[in-house]
Structure formats: C-alpha cells, structure tokens
Design a protein around this ligand. Structure first.
Ligand SMILES: Nc1ncnc2c1ncn2[C@@H]1O[C@H](COP(=O)(O)OP(=O)(O)OP(=O)(O)O)[C@@H](O)[C@H]1O
Ligand SMILES: [Mg+2]
Length: 273
C-alpha cells in the first residue's frame, strides 16, 4: 500500500481514510487525561467533589465505587455532556476540554461506550462497521461508496478483534447482547479513539462473554488508553492494573487491586451501601 508522503510521523492507519486528521494530542508528559479539582453539583448535591485523576498513555484504568459515587458523571464531564462547576479537564497536556462541544470531543479522539448497545439493528455487522469507518458521511453515501482495499483490510481486522468474523453478514439485531456490545466497541475502534471510556461494559453478559471481553480489552492496552467502570469484581480482577476507587465524588483510593481491597476505607464505603 502506498502512503501519502504528507502523512506525519506517527500517523496511524486510520488516517488517510477520508476523515479529517485529529488535532494532535500532546502526551509528551505520558498522560492522556488530566482531571483537576472537578466539582459538579446537581441542585446543591455534589456528584463530583474536587475530583482529581490522571490517566497515562496506553493505560487500562479500572474505576470502581459504590452506586452514586460519580463514575458516570465523571465520564459525562470528560465527554462534554456535563460541564463542571469548577475544575479543569485536559486531554493531553494542551487540550482544555471545556473549550469543545460534545461532538468535537469525540472528534478529538475520546470514544465512549454507553451501557446499552446502540448499533443499527437492521443493518449487518459489516455495514455497521463500514458506517463507523466512514465517520460523518451520510449513511447512504457511505454504504453506496465502494470500500477501498485499506478499508476492507481494516474491517477484516476489526471483525477478528471483536470476535465477529463469522457474523459479518448477520443483521446486528440478531446478535446476542454480548456480541452487540463487541460490535459497538468495534464501531468505536473504527474511529481510532486515543482514549476509550467504557461504562459497565459487561453488565448483562454471560460469563463466557465477560471472559472474552476481558481478553479484548487486554488486547487494546498499549494501543489505546482505556478507562473501564465496572461493578463486576471478577471481571475487574481479570483485567486490573491500576484501580481507582471513587466514593462521594472523589478518589478514595488508588493502586493495585490488592492494595485498594486491603484499604479499610474502601471496605467501609462498600459496606455502607
Ligand atoms: N442529571 C442529574 N441530575 C441530578 N442528579 C444526578 C444527575 N446525574 C447524576 N446525578 C446524581 O449524582 C450522583 C452520582 O451519579 P452517577 O450516575 O455519576 O453515579 P455512578 O457512580 O455512575 O453510580 P452507578 O454505579 O449506580 O452507575 C447520584 O447521586 C445521582 O443521583
Ligand atoms: Mg454509573
């Protein structure tokens, strides 16, 4: 395959597929996300209370914490869905997320997986991936356009990655719940996010699907930075490196899973549920 000579050093395969280049994210200090002193109040109730947290480039960070701790609200702040009352959120060293709208933040390279899968059920698995690869082109324009070789290779690779290579021509609506979740992860990956946020990705999955999801996320580590929120502790144990425990809108503890599990304050917040 011939590559454009204009491709910047460090340019990756998704570039040159007709999407605008993502503005550079400066991660020279090794961090992809920096939340500093973030507070979010709903009618006086502090869902986030001076939350400070950083994620390293290529890291797979697990975030746990009791119901209502502020985990989803934190993802809402990162993706621009909720604006903090105070504090700052930086993507890399230089991109102040408060200056971007929700759609722009997605374009910058922050992908988010919600709990409920949002695939196009009346289209095939392959078509869903084609649409995701096409980015903002209209649905019909992108489905009518013939895929070039690079795009076909990319879809083949994504299908293998998300374990749906045998389901390419199947309607997405016919997939199991777990398979739909993988398809949605594949659609997010088609857009080459630098940071991927996953809120309760294995909720509702069978044990076998949960194990495969763990393998999938482990295989993404290093290539993407990931933040995974989950209540399923067996799943967390199978993927955990560094674990952050949120409680009452702030970081209560951070470290290896063994370290945070040995922390008395962590045991207390879970007992107090
Ligand atoms: N839009 C909103 N308006 C009012 N209160 C909200 C809003 N969004 C979240 N909250 C409140 O903020 C707190 C934190 O909620 P959040 O959904 O972030 O918790 P969570 O850690 O994701 O919990 P869970 O584990 O149950 O998903 C909760 O008390 C919730 O009721
Ligand atoms: Mg939540």
């Amino acid at each position: 395959m011939t590559r454009s000579v204009a491709m910047p050093a460090g340019g990756r395969e998704g570039e040159g597929l007709g999407r605008p280049l993502q503005p550079g994210v400066d991660t020279s200090n090794g961090q992809i996300l920096y939340l500093d002193d973030i507070t979010v109040s709903f009618d006086g109730f502090r869902a986030l209370n001076k939350l400070t947290l950083t994620i390293g480039v290529g890291e797979l960070r697990c975030v746990i914490g009791p119901n209502g701790a502020g985990k989803t609200t934190m993802m809402d702040v990162i993706t621009g869905k909720t604006r903090p009352d105070s504090g700052t959120a930086f993507f890399g060293q230089t991109l102040d997320l408060s200056r971007y709208r929700e759609a722009e933040i997605a374009q910058l390279g922050i992908g988010r997986k919600f709990q409920k899968p949002t695939v196009f059920e009346a289209m095939t698995v392959g078509e869903n991936l084609e649409l995701a690869l096409a980015g903002d082109k209209s649905v019909w324009a992108s489905l009518r356009a013939r895929l070039d070789g690079a795009q076909r290779d990319r879809i083949d690779a994504l299908l293998v990655l998300i374990r749906l290579q045998d389901e390419r021509r199947r309607l997405a609506g016919r997939l199991s719940h777990g398979q739909k979740q993988w398809l949605e992860i594949g659609m997010l990956l088609a857009q080459e996010p630098k940071l991927l946020l996953l809120d309760e990705p294995v909720a509702g999955m069978t044990d076998a699907e949960t194990d495969k999801t763990a393998e999938l996320l482990l295989s993404l580590r290093g290539k993407h930075s990931l933040m995974v929120v989950e209540h399923d502790m067996a799943f967390i144990a199978s993927i955990a490196e560094r674990v952050t425990v949120l409680a009452e809108g702030a970081v209560l503890a951070e470290g290896s899973l063994a370290q945070v599990q040995a922390d008395e304050r962590v045991a207390e917040v879970y007992l107090g549920r």
